[in-house]
Design a protein around this ligand. Sequence first.
Ligand SMILES: [Zn+2]
Ligand SMILES: [Zn+2]
Length: 574
Amino acid sequence: MAGLDILIRGGRVVDGSGAPPFNADVAVRGERIEEVGDLPDAKAEREIDASGRVVCPGFIDIHSHNDLYVIRDDFKEVFQPFLRQGITTCVSNNCGWSVAPWPADREGLMSSTLRSMGVGVGFRPQWESQSEWHEWMRRRGMPLNFVPLAGHNPLRIAAVGEEARFCTARELETMKKLLREGLEAGCRGFSTGLTYFPGMYAHTDEIVELCRVAAECGARYVTHVRGHCNTYDLAVAEALEIARRSGASLQLSHVFAVPWLGVLATPLYHAMDLIERANRVLPLPGVPNPVLKKAVAQVDRALEEGMDVGMDFIPYVLGNTTVTQLYPPWANQGGTDGLLRRLADPEERSRIRRCVERVKPRWPHWEEGSWSDNYLKAIGWRMLYILSVGSEKNRQLEGQRVWELAKRAGKHPFDWLADLVVEENGQVTYLFGVPPRPWSEKVFTRIQGHPALSVGADVVYPEKGRPPQSAYGCFVRIIEHYVKELGLYTLEEAVHRCTGLAASRYGLEDRGLIRPGAAADLVVFDLERLHDESRFDDPAHYPTGIDYVMVNGTVVVEGESYRSEALAGRLLTA
Ligand SMILES: [Zn+2]
Ligand SMILES: [Zn+2]
Protein backbone atom coordinates (compact mmCIF):
# COMPACT_ATOMS: atom_id res chain seq x y z
CA MET A 1 0.00 0.00 0.00
CA ALA A 2 1.81 3.13 -1.20
CA GLY A 3 1.09 6.83 -1.22
CA LEU A 4 -0.45 6.91 2.23
CA ASP A 5 -0.32 10.13 4.19
CA ILE A 6 -0.94 8.91 7.71
CA LEU A 7 -0.88 5.50 9.32
CA ILE A 8 -2.32 5.14 12.81
CA ARG A 9 -0.73 1.98 14.13
CA GLY A 10 -1.83 -0.48 16.76
CA GLY A 11 -4.84 1.30 18.22
CA ARG A 12 -8.04 -0.13 19.60
CA VAL A 13 -10.61 0.92 17.04
CA VAL A 14 -14.11 1.90 18.18
CA ASP A 15 -15.62 2.42 14.76
CA GLY A 16 -18.73 4.49 15.58
CA SER A 17 -21.25 1.85 14.48
CA GLY A 18 -21.76 0.54 18.03
CA ALA A 19 -19.78 -2.64 17.23
CA PRO A 20 -17.29 -3.90 19.86
CA PRO A 21 -13.74 -2.47 19.71
CA PHE A 22 -11.09 -4.31 17.68
CA ASN A 23 -7.35 -3.90 17.19
CA ALA A 24 -6.43 -2.44 13.81
CA ASP A 25 -4.26 0.03 11.92
CA VAL A 26 -6.02 2.89 10.18
CA ALA A 27 -4.55 4.21 6.92
CA VAL A 28 -5.38 7.69 5.64
CA ARG A 29 -4.88 9.02 2.12
CA GLY A 30 -5.73 12.67 1.53
CA GLU A 31 -9.02 13.43 3.24
CA ARG A 32 -10.24 9.83 3.42
CA ILE A 33 -9.69 6.61 5.30
CA GLU A 34 -8.03 4.24 2.84
CA GLU A 35 -7.91 1.00 4.81
CA VAL A 36 -8.67 -0.43 8.24
CA GLY A 37 -7.05 -3.69 9.38
CA ASP A 38 -3.75 -5.37 10.04
CA LEU A 39 -1.36 -3.43 7.74
CA PRO A 40 2.22 -4.50 8.64
CA ASP A 41 3.70 -3.62 5.21
CA ALA A 42 1.97 -0.28 4.73
CA LYS A 43 4.19 2.82 4.52
CA ALA A 44 3.03 6.37 5.07
CA GLU A 45 4.46 9.90 5.20
CA ARG A 46 3.66 9.91 8.88
CA GLU A 47 3.06 7.19 11.39
CA ILE A 48 1.19 7.68 14.65
CA ASP A 49 1.76 5.11 17.36
CA ALA A 50 -1.65 4.44 18.90
CA SER A 51 -0.76 1.43 20.99
CA GLY A 52 -2.67 1.48 24.24
CA ARG A 53 -4.95 4.16 22.75
CA VAL A 54 -8.52 4.25 21.44
CA VAL A 55 -9.05 5.37 17.83
CA CYS A 56 -12.58 6.55 17.07
CA PRO A 57 -14.40 8.84 14.62
CA GLY A 58 -14.34 12.56 15.41
CA PHE A 59 -17.23 13.59 17.64
CA ILE A 60 -20.30 15.18 16.08
CA ASP A 61 -21.83 17.97 18.14
CA ILE A 62 -25.42 17.49 16.99
CA HIS A 63 -26.67 20.65 18.66
CA SER A 64 -24.54 23.75 18.24
CA HIS A 65 -24.81 27.47 17.60
CA ASN A 66 -21.40 27.68 15.98
CA ASP A 67 -22.65 29.81 13.08
CA LEU A 68 -22.82 32.65 15.61
CA TYR A 69 -19.10 32.30 16.49
CA VAL A 70 -17.55 31.31 13.18
CA ILE A 71 -18.35 34.83 11.94
CA ARG A 72 -16.09 36.38 14.59
CA ASP A 73 -12.67 37.79 13.63
CA ASP A 74 -11.00 35.56 16.24
CA PHE A 75 -12.88 32.46 15.04
CA LYS A 76 -9.77 30.32 14.62
CA GLU A 77 -8.96 30.56 18.32
CA VAL A 78 -12.62 30.40 19.43
CA PHE A 79 -12.87 26.83 18.18
CA GLN A 80 -9.85 25.53 20.06
CA PRO A 81 -11.89 24.18 23.02
CA PHE A 82 -14.24 22.35 20.64
CA LEU A 83 -11.41 20.68 18.73
CA ARG A 84 -9.37 19.92 21.84
CA GLN A 85 -12.26 17.78 23.13
CA GLY A 86 -12.44 15.91 19.81
CA ILE A 87 -15.35 17.60 18.03
CA THR A 88 -14.75 17.51 14.27
CA THR A 89 -18.29 18.21 12.98
CA CYS A 90 -21.08 20.39 14.29
CA VAL A 91 -24.71 20.75 13.30
CA SER A 92 -25.23 24.48 13.40
CA ASN A 93 -27.97 27.16 13.24
CA ASN A 94 -30.10 25.44 15.89
CA CYS A 95 -32.98 26.71 18.04
CA GLY A 96 -34.22 28.93 15.21
CA TRP A 97 -31.14 31.17 15.46
CA SER A 98 -29.14 31.70 12.33
CA VAL A 99 -26.83 34.29 10.80
CA ALA A 100 -28.44 33.64 7.39
CA PRO A 101 -30.46 34.79 5.66
CA TRP A 102 -29.66 38.32 6.80
CA PRO A 103 -32.57 40.54 5.70
CA ALA A 104 -30.86 43.86 4.92
CA ASP A 105 -33.98 45.95 5.59
CA ARG A 106 -34.33 44.44 9.08
CA GLU A 107 -30.67 44.68 10.03
CA GLY A 108 -31.33 46.43 13.35
CA LEU A 109 -33.69 43.70 14.49
CA MET A 110 -31.32 40.94 13.37
CA SER A 111 -28.34 42.34 15.22
CA SER A 112 -30.25 43.27 18.38
CA THR A 113 -31.62 39.71 18.47
CA LEU A 114 -28.13 38.22 18.20
CA ARG A 115 -26.79 40.74 20.71
CA SER A 116 -28.84 39.06 23.44
CA MET A 117 -26.66 35.96 22.88
CA GLY A 118 -23.59 38.18 23.35
CA VAL A 119 -22.61 38.02 19.68
CA GLY A 120 -22.81 40.08 16.53
CA VAL A 121 -22.29 43.45 18.25
CA GLY A 122 -21.48 45.92 15.50
CA PHE A 123 -21.39 43.07 13.01
CA ARG A 124 -21.96 43.87 9.31
CA PRO A 125 -22.29 40.68 7.30
CA GLN A 126 -21.19 40.34 3.69
CA TRP A 127 -24.19 38.20 2.75
CA GLU A 128 -27.95 38.34 2.56
CA SER A 129 -29.04 34.89 1.46
CA GLN A 130 -28.18 31.48 2.85
CA SER A 131 -26.24 30.56 -0.29
CA GLU A 132 -24.17 33.74 -0.04
CA TRP A 133 -23.33 32.84 3.56
CA HIS A 134 -22.29 29.35 2.44
CA GLU A 135 -20.07 30.92 -0.24
CA TRP A 136 -18.50 33.22 2.34
CA MET A 137 -17.86 30.29 4.72
CA ARG A 138 -16.20 28.25 1.98
CA ARG A 139 -14.00 31.17 0.90
CA ARG A 140 -12.87 31.96 4.40
CA GLY A 141 -12.44 28.36 5.58
CA MET A 142 -13.58 26.78 8.84
CA PRO A 143 -11.84 24.94 11.68
CA LEU A 144 -14.25 21.99 11.71
CA ASN A 145 -17.05 20.61 9.54
CA PHE A 146 -20.36 22.45 9.56
CA VAL A 147 -23.78 20.96 8.86
CA PRO A 148 -25.96 24.03 8.28
CA LEU A 149 -29.65 24.23 9.18
CA ALA A 150 -32.09 26.93 8.12
CA GLY A 151 -33.24 28.81 11.23
CA HIS A 152 -36.83 30.02 11.58
CA ASN A 153 -36.07 33.34 13.32
CA PRO A 154 -34.47 35.22 10.40
CA LEU A 155 -37.29 34.05 8.12
CA ARG A 156 -39.85 35.49 10.53
CA ILE A 157 -37.85 38.67 11.07
CA ALA A 158 -37.74 39.12 7.27
CA ALA A 159 -41.44 38.40 6.74
CA VAL A 160 -43.22 39.62 9.88
CA GLY A 161 -40.68 41.84 11.62
CA GLU A 162 -40.92 42.51 15.33
CA GLU A 163 -44.62 42.03 15.92
CA ALA A 164 -46.02 39.54 18.41
CA ARG A 165 -48.74 38.02 16.24
CA PHE A 166 -49.54 35.19 13.83
CA CYS A 167 -48.31 35.63 10.28
CA THR A 168 -50.59 36.47 7.36
CA ALA A 169 -50.93 34.18 4.34
CA ARG A 170 -48.66 36.48 2.39
CA GLU A 171 -46.00 36.55 5.08
CA LEU A 172 -46.13 32.77 5.23
CA GLU A 173 -45.44 32.66 1.48
CA THR A 174 -42.38 34.89 2.01
CA MET A 175 -41.08 32.58 4.74
CA LYS A 176 -41.68 29.50 2.58
CA LYS A 177 -39.77 31.08 -0.29
CA LEU A 178 -36.82 32.00 1.94
CA LEU A 179 -36.81 28.55 3.52
CA ARG A 180 -36.82 26.88 0.13
CA GLU A 181 -33.84 29.02 -0.90
CA GLY A 182 -31.99 27.94 2.24
CA LEU A 183 -32.74 24.27 1.71
CA GLU A 184 -31.80 24.47 -1.95
CA ALA A 185 -28.50 26.00 -0.83
CA GLY A 186 -27.90 22.76 1.07
CA CYS A 187 -29.30 23.16 4.60
CA ARG A 188 -30.06 19.73 6.02
CA GLY A 189 -32.86 20.80 8.32
CA PHE A 190 -35.20 23.55 9.44
CA SER A 191 -34.78 24.65 13.07
CA THR A 192 -37.14 26.44 15.43
CA GLY A 193 -36.71 27.95 18.90
CA LEU A 194 -40.26 28.36 20.13
CA THR A 195 -39.41 30.08 23.41
CA TYR A 196 -37.33 32.79 21.73
CA PHE A 197 -38.19 35.97 19.92
CA PRO A 198 -39.72 35.86 17.33
CA GLY A 199 -40.25 32.10 16.87
CA MET A 200 -42.44 32.06 20.00
CA TYR A 201 -45.18 33.97 18.17
CA ALA A 202 -45.65 31.31 15.49
CA HIS A 203 -48.84 29.24 15.40
CA THR A 204 -48.48 25.47 15.02
CA ASP A 205 -49.95 25.78 11.51
CA GLU A 206 -47.18 28.17 10.46
CA ILE A 207 -44.56 25.60 11.41
CA VAL A 208 -46.50 22.79 9.70
CA GLU A 209 -46.57 24.77 6.44
CA LEU A 210 -42.83 25.46 6.67
CA CYS A 211 -42.10 21.83 7.53
CA ARG A 212 -43.97 20.74 4.39
CA VAL A 213 -41.33 22.65 2.42
CA ALA A 214 -38.62 20.95 4.50
CA ALA A 215 -40.14 17.51 3.86
CA GLU A 216 -40.34 18.18 0.10
CA CYS A 217 -36.63 19.00 0.10
CA GLY A 218 -35.72 15.95 2.21
CA ALA A 219 -34.76 18.10 5.22
CA ARG A 220 -35.56 17.45 8.89
CA TYR A 221 -37.52 19.47 11.41
CA VAL A 222 -35.26 20.29 14.37
CA THR A 223 -36.89 21.94 17.34
CA HIS A 224 -36.32 23.63 20.67
CA VAL A 225 -39.91 23.12 21.79
CA ARG A 226 -42.30 25.67 23.25
CA GLY A 227 -41.69 24.89 26.92
CA HIS A 228 -39.22 23.01 29.11
CA CYS A 229 -41.13 22.89 32.40
CA ASN A 230 -44.71 21.80 33.18
CA THR A 231 -45.88 22.07 29.55
CA TYR A 232 -43.03 19.97 28.17
CA ASP A 233 -45.18 16.95 27.25
CA LEU A 234 -47.60 19.21 25.36
CA ALA A 235 -44.73 20.96 23.62
CA VAL A 236 -43.28 17.62 22.50
CA ALA A 237 -46.77 16.54 21.38
CA GLU A 238 -46.90 19.69 19.21
CA ALA A 239 -43.53 18.81 17.64
CA LEU A 240 -44.76 15.28 16.88
CA GLU A 241 -47.99 16.66 15.42
CA ILE A 242 -45.98 18.99 13.17
CA ALA A 243 -43.86 16.07 11.98
CA ARG A 244 -46.94 13.91 11.37
CA ARG A 245 -48.88 16.56 9.46
CA SER A 246 -45.94 17.73 7.37
CA GLY A 247 -44.24 14.38 6.78
CA ALA A 248 -40.86 15.74 7.93
CA SER A 249 -38.42 13.71 10.07
CA LEU A 250 -38.06 15.11 13.56
CA GLN A 251 -35.09 15.91 15.80
CA LEU A 252 -35.99 16.98 19.35
CA SER A 253 -33.24 19.26 20.63
CA HIS A 254 -31.76 19.16 24.14
CA VAL A 255 -34.39 16.90 25.72
CA PHE A 256 -34.99 17.82 29.35
CA ALA A 257 -37.76 19.15 31.56
CA VAL A 258 -37.57 20.96 34.86
CA PRO A 259 -40.08 19.32 37.21
CA TRP A 260 -42.80 21.65 38.42
CA LEU A 261 -42.49 21.52 42.19
CA GLY A 262 -44.56 24.58 43.07
CA VAL A 263 -43.92 25.81 46.61
CA LEU A 264 -41.51 22.94 47.20
CA ALA A 265 -39.06 24.19 44.54
CA THR A 266 -37.40 26.86 46.67
CA PRO A 267 -36.75 24.73 49.78
CA LEU A 268 -35.67 21.78 47.63
CA TYR A 269 -33.15 23.70 45.56
CA HIS A 270 -32.00 25.49 48.69
CA ALA A 271 -31.28 22.14 50.30
CA MET A 272 -29.48 20.72 47.24
CA ASP A 273 -26.05 20.66 48.92
CA LEU A 274 -27.47 18.87 51.93
CA ILE A 275 -29.34 16.34 49.78
CA GLU A 276 -26.20 15.62 47.73
CA ARG A 277 -24.28 14.95 50.95
CA ALA A 278 -27.02 12.63 52.25
CA ASN A 279 -27.15 10.89 48.87
CA ARG A 280 -23.47 9.99 49.24
CA VAL A 281 -24.22 8.10 52.43
CA LEU A 282 -27.51 6.55 51.36
CA PRO A 283 -28.58 6.79 47.70
CA LEU A 284 -31.84 8.74 47.61
CA PRO A 285 -34.61 8.45 45.01
CA GLY A 286 -34.97 11.41 42.62
CA VAL A 287 -38.10 13.55 42.59
CA PRO A 288 -40.71 12.52 40.02
CA ASN A 289 -40.54 14.25 36.65
CA PRO A 290 -43.86 13.17 35.09
CA VAL A 291 -43.81 15.57 32.11
CA LEU A 292 -40.44 14.26 30.96
CA LYS A 293 -41.69 10.70 31.32
CA LYS A 294 -44.87 11.49 29.37
CA ALA A 295 -42.90 13.27 26.66
CA VAL A 296 -40.52 10.35 26.13
CA ALA A 297 -43.45 7.88 26.15
CA GLN A 298 -44.97 9.83 23.24
CA VAL A 299 -41.69 9.64 21.35
CA ASP A 300 -41.59 5.88 21.95
CA ARG A 301 -45.10 5.51 20.57
CA ALA A 302 -44.16 7.54 17.50
CA LEU A 303 -41.08 5.36 16.95
CA GLU A 304 -43.25 2.25 17.22
CA GLU A 305 -45.58 3.72 14.58
CA GLY A 306 -42.53 4.00 12.33
CA MET A 307 -42.01 7.75 12.52
CA ASP A 308 -38.47 9.02 12.09
CA VAL A 309 -37.69 10.76 15.40
CA GLY A 310 -34.32 11.48 17.00
CA MET A 311 -33.43 13.17 20.27
CA ASP A 312 -30.31 14.74 21.72
CA PHE A 313 -29.25 15.78 25.21
CA ILE A 314 -26.72 17.99 26.96
CA PRO A 315 -24.82 15.87 29.51
CA TYR A 316 -25.06 18.45 32.31
CA VAL A 317 -27.63 19.52 34.85
CA LEU A 318 -27.23 23.01 33.49
CA GLY A 319 -28.22 24.86 30.39
CA ASN A 320 -27.08 28.20 29.10
CA THR A 321 -28.88 30.81 27.09
CA THR A 322 -29.84 34.46 26.84
CA VAL A 323 -31.77 36.13 29.67
CA THR A 324 -34.42 37.35 27.24
CA GLN A 325 -36.14 33.98 27.47
CA LEU A 326 -36.78 34.46 31.19
CA TYR A 327 -39.37 37.08 30.32
CA PRO A 328 -42.88 36.53 28.90
CA PRO A 329 -43.60 36.64 25.15
CA TRP A 330 -45.47 39.96 25.30
CA ALA A 331 -42.44 41.55 27.02
CA ASN A 332 -40.19 40.37 24.18
CA GLN A 333 -42.21 42.08 21.43
CA GLY A 334 -39.76 44.21 19.46
CA GLY A 335 -36.88 41.87 20.30
CA THR A 336 -34.06 42.77 22.69
CA ASP A 337 -34.60 46.51 22.30
CA GLY A 338 -38.33 46.16 23.00
CA LEU A 339 -37.59 44.16 26.13
CA LEU A 340 -35.03 46.71 27.32
CA ARG A 341 -37.53 49.55 26.91
CA ARG A 342 -40.08 47.69 29.03
CA LEU A 343 -37.58 46.75 31.73
CA ALA A 344 -36.49 50.39 31.95
CA ASP A 345 -40.06 51.60 32.43
CA PRO A 346 -41.15 51.18 36.11
CA GLU A 347 -44.77 50.40 35.32
CA GLU A 348 -43.99 47.88 32.58
CA ARG A 349 -41.29 46.35 34.75
CA SER A 350 -43.70 45.64 37.58
CA ARG A 351 -46.15 44.08 35.10
CA ILE A 352 -43.35 41.77 33.89
CA ARG A 353 -42.41 40.97 37.49
CA ARG A 354 -45.98 40.00 38.34
CA CYS A 355 -46.03 37.72 35.33
CA VAL A 356 -42.65 36.10 36.16
CA GLU A 357 -43.61 35.56 39.78
CA ARG A 358 -47.18 34.34 39.28
CA VAL A 359 -47.74 32.70 35.91
CA LYS A 360 -47.86 28.95 35.87
CA PRO A 361 -47.25 28.11 32.22
CA ARG A 362 -50.34 27.30 30.18
CA TRP A 363 -50.78 25.75 26.80
CA PRO A 364 -50.64 27.22 24.25
CA HIS A 365 -49.69 30.82 24.91
CA TRP A 366 -51.79 32.43 22.22
CA GLU A 367 -54.02 34.42 24.58
CA GLU A 368 -53.02 37.84 25.89
CA GLY A 369 -50.74 37.62 28.93
CA SER A 370 -50.46 33.83 28.70
CA TRP A 371 -47.14 32.00 28.57
CA SER A 372 -46.04 28.41 28.00
CA ASP A 373 -42.59 28.44 29.61
CA ASN A 374 -41.93 30.29 32.86
CA TYR A 375 -38.48 29.02 33.78
CA LEU A 376 -37.91 31.26 36.73
CA LYS A 377 -41.07 30.10 38.44
CA ALA A 378 -40.09 26.48 37.79
CA ILE A 379 -36.47 26.66 38.94
CA GLY A 380 -36.50 29.55 41.40
CA TRP A 381 -33.86 32.23 41.75
CA ARG A 382 -31.41 29.96 43.53
CA MET A 383 -30.81 27.97 40.37
CA LEU A 384 -29.75 30.95 38.29
CA TYR A 385 -26.13 31.97 37.66
CA ILE A 386 -24.70 34.79 35.56
CA LEU A 387 -22.63 33.17 32.81
CA SER A 388 -21.48 36.17 30.79
CA VAL A 389 -21.90 39.92 30.52
CA GLY A 390 -20.79 42.31 27.78
CA SER A 391 -18.94 44.89 29.89
CA GLU A 392 -15.58 44.63 31.67
CA LYS A 393 -17.04 46.53 34.57
CA ASN A 394 -19.35 43.65 35.52
CA ARG A 395 -16.99 40.82 34.59
CA GLN A 396 -16.63 39.71 38.23
CA LEU A 397 -20.33 38.75 38.28
CA GLU A 398 -19.67 35.82 35.95
CA GLY A 399 -20.18 32.43 37.56
CA GLN A 400 -22.02 33.89 40.55
CA ARG A 401 -25.52 33.09 41.73
CA VAL A 402 -28.16 35.76 41.02
CA TRP A 403 -29.79 35.10 44.40
CA GLU A 404 -26.62 35.96 46.33
CA LEU A 405 -25.66 38.92 44.15
CA ALA A 406 -29.11 40.44 44.69
CA LYS A 407 -28.96 39.85 48.42
CA ARG A 408 -25.62 41.61 48.64
CA ALA A 409 -27.00 44.53 46.67
CA GLY A 410 -30.09 44.69 48.90
CA LYS A 411 -32.46 44.22 45.96
CA HIS A 412 -35.08 41.68 44.95
CA PRO A 413 -33.46 39.28 42.44
CA PHE A 414 -35.96 40.32 39.75
CA ASP A 415 -34.96 43.97 40.04
CA TRP A 416 -31.28 43.19 40.41
CA LEU A 417 -31.33 41.15 37.18
CA ALA A 418 -33.52 43.65 35.30
CA ASP A 419 -31.10 46.46 36.24
CA LEU A 420 -28.17 44.39 35.00
CA VAL A 421 -29.90 43.52 31.71
CA VAL A 422 -30.63 47.20 31.07
CA GLU A 423 -27.10 48.25 32.03
CA GLU A 424 -25.59 45.57 29.78
CA ASN A 425 -27.81 46.54 26.85
CA GLY A 426 -29.26 43.02 26.83
CA GLN A 427 -25.90 41.24 26.63
CA VAL A 428 -26.33 38.80 29.49
CA THR A 429 -26.32 35.02 29.29
CA TYR A 430 -27.16 32.80 32.21
CA LEU A 431 -26.71 29.28 33.46
CA PHE A 432 -29.66 27.57 35.01
CA GLY A 433 -29.52 24.44 37.07
CA VAL A 434 -26.89 23.14 39.44
CA PRO A 435 -23.34 21.88 39.20
CA PRO A 436 -23.61 18.28 37.97
CA ARG A 437 -23.70 15.92 40.93
CA PRO A 438 -25.25 12.48 41.39
CA TRP A 439 -28.60 13.28 42.95
CA SER A 440 -29.39 16.30 40.79
CA GLU A 441 -28.64 14.17 37.71
CA LYS A 442 -31.36 11.76 38.80
CA VAL A 443 -33.85 14.62 38.90
CA PHE A 444 -33.12 16.39 35.65
CA THR A 445 -31.51 14.12 33.11
CA ARG A 446 -32.52 10.56 33.70
CA ILE A 447 -33.30 9.59 30.14
CA GLN A 448 -29.68 9.15 29.06
CA GLY A 449 -30.22 5.45 28.45
CA HIS A 450 -32.73 6.04 25.62
CA PRO A 451 -31.40 4.45 22.40
CA ALA A 452 -32.46 7.38 20.18
CA LEU A 453 -30.36 9.89 22.13
CA SER A 454 -27.29 11.56 20.65
CA VAL A 455 -25.24 14.38 22.20
CA GLY A 456 -25.12 18.15 21.81
CA ALA A 457 -22.93 20.66 23.66
CA ASP A 458 -25.38 23.55 22.95
CA VAL A 459 -22.74 26.18 23.65
CA VAL A 460 -23.62 29.85 23.73
CA TYR A 461 -20.20 31.46 23.37
CA PRO A 462 -20.37 35.22 23.87
CA GLU A 463 -17.77 37.51 22.34
CA LYS A 464 -16.99 38.89 25.76
CA GLY A 465 -17.20 36.70 28.80
CA ARG A 466 -17.17 33.01 29.40
CA PRO A 467 -18.69 30.07 27.59
CA PRO A 468 -20.26 27.21 29.56
CA GLN A 469 -18.41 24.12 30.72
CA SER A 470 -19.70 22.07 27.79
CA ALA A 471 -17.51 24.10 25.38
CA TYR A 472 -14.46 22.45 26.97
CA GLY A 473 -15.61 19.07 28.18
CA CYS A 474 -18.93 17.83 26.79
CA PHE A 475 -17.72 14.81 24.81
CA VAL A 476 -14.95 13.90 27.22
CA ARG A 477 -17.58 13.88 29.94
CA ILE A 478 -19.73 11.43 27.98
CA ILE A 479 -16.93 8.89 28.08
CA GLU A 480 -15.44 9.74 31.44
CA HIS A 481 -18.70 10.08 33.35
CA TYR A 482 -21.22 7.81 31.60
CA VAL A 483 -18.80 5.03 30.65
CA LYS A 484 -16.07 5.07 33.28
CA GLU A 485 -17.87 6.41 36.36
CA LEU A 486 -21.52 5.38 35.98
CA GLY A 487 -21.12 2.37 33.68
CA LEU A 488 -24.30 3.47 31.92
CA TYR A 489 -22.87 3.03 28.40
CA THR A 490 -20.28 0.67 27.02
CA LEU A 491 -17.45 2.53 25.31
CA GLU A 492 -18.73 1.54 21.86
CA GLU A 493 -22.26 2.70 22.70
CA ALA A 494 -21.03 6.07 23.98
CA VAL A 495 -18.91 6.58 20.87
CA HIS A 496 -21.82 5.54 18.65
CA ARG A 497 -24.11 8.17 20.21
CA CYS A 498 -21.43 10.82 19.65
CA THR A 499 -20.57 9.78 16.06
CA GLY A 500 -22.41 7.22 13.90
CA LEU A 501 -25.85 7.84 15.39
CA ALA A 502 -25.54 11.62 15.02
CA ALA A 503 -24.26 11.25 11.43
CA SER A 504 -27.21 9.04 10.49
CA ARG A 505 -29.68 11.67 11.75
CA TYR A 506 -28.39 14.12 9.15
CA GLY A 507 -27.70 11.74 6.28
CA LEU A 508 -23.92 12.08 6.63
CA GLU A 509 -23.13 8.72 5.08
CA ASP A 510 -19.37 9.15 5.05
CA ARG A 511 -18.97 10.57 8.57
CA GLY A 512 -19.12 9.17 12.07
CA LEU A 513 -17.65 5.78 11.09
CA ILE A 514 -14.19 4.30 10.70
CA ARG A 515 -14.24 2.36 7.47
CA PRO A 516 -12.55 2.57 4.06
CA GLY A 517 -13.87 5.55 2.06
CA ALA A 518 -15.15 7.50 5.07
CA ALA A 519 -13.84 10.98 5.81
CA ALA A 520 -10.70 10.92 7.97
CA ASP A 521 -12.23 12.73 10.96
CA LEU A 522 -10.52 10.89 13.79
CA VAL A 523 -9.72 11.09 17.49
CA VAL A 524 -6.96 9.16 19.25
CA PHE A 525 -7.34 9.15 23.02
CA ASP A 526 -6.06 7.44 26.14
CA LEU A 527 -9.02 5.98 28.01
CA GLU A 528 -7.04 5.77 31.25
CA ARG A 529 -5.86 9.37 31.23
CA LEU A 530 -9.02 10.88 29.75
CA HIS A 531 -10.20 13.60 32.09
CA ASP A 532 -12.47 16.60 31.79
CA GLU A 533 -10.62 19.44 33.50
CA SER A 534 -13.33 22.07 33.01
CA ARG A 535 -15.32 23.03 36.05
CA PHE A 536 -18.75 24.48 36.52
CA ASP A 537 -17.35 27.69 38.06
CA ASP A 538 -14.08 27.69 36.12
CA PRO A 539 -14.75 26.23 32.67
CA ALA A 540 -11.71 27.25 30.60
CA HIS A 541 -9.49 24.17 30.98
CA TYR A 542 -8.69 21.74 28.20
CA PRO A 543 -9.20 18.03 28.83
CA THR A 544 -6.33 15.60 29.26
CA GLY A 545 -6.02 12.33 27.40
CA ILE A 546 -6.99 13.53 23.91
CA ASP A 547 -3.77 12.85 21.97
CA TYR A 548 -4.69 13.54 18.34
CA VAL A 549 -7.63 15.07 16.53
CA MET A 550 -7.82 14.89 12.76
CA VAL A 551 -10.25 16.81 10.54
CA ASN A 552 -10.52 15.53 6.96
CA GLY A 553 -7.08 13.93 7.18
CA THR A 554 -5.32 16.96 8.69
CA VAL A 555 -3.91 16.65 12.21
CA VAL A 556 -5.33 19.68 14.00
CA VAL A 557 -4.70 18.75 17.64
CA GLU A 558 -1.58 16.98 18.82
CA GLY A 559 -1.37 16.81 22.60
CA GLU A 560 -1.29 20.37 23.86
CA SER A 561 -0.81 21.94 20.45
CA TYR A 562 -3.63 23.21 18.28
CA ARG A 563 -3.12 24.24 14.66
CA SER A 564 -5.42 27.23 14.39
CA GLU A 565 -4.31 27.93 10.80
CA ALA A 566 -5.34 24.50 9.48
CA LEU A 567 -8.99 25.37 8.66
CA ALA A 568 -9.51 21.78 7.55
CA GLY A 569 -13.30 21.78 7.97
CA ARG A 570 -15.84 21.51 5.15
CA LEU A 571 -19.35 22.82 4.79
CA LEU A 572 -21.42 19.62 4.65
CA THR A 573 -24.37 20.80 2.60
CA ALA A 574 -26.99 18.38 1.32
ZN1 LIG B 1 -32.47 25.57 22.44
ZN1 LIG C 1 -29.53 25.47 21.35
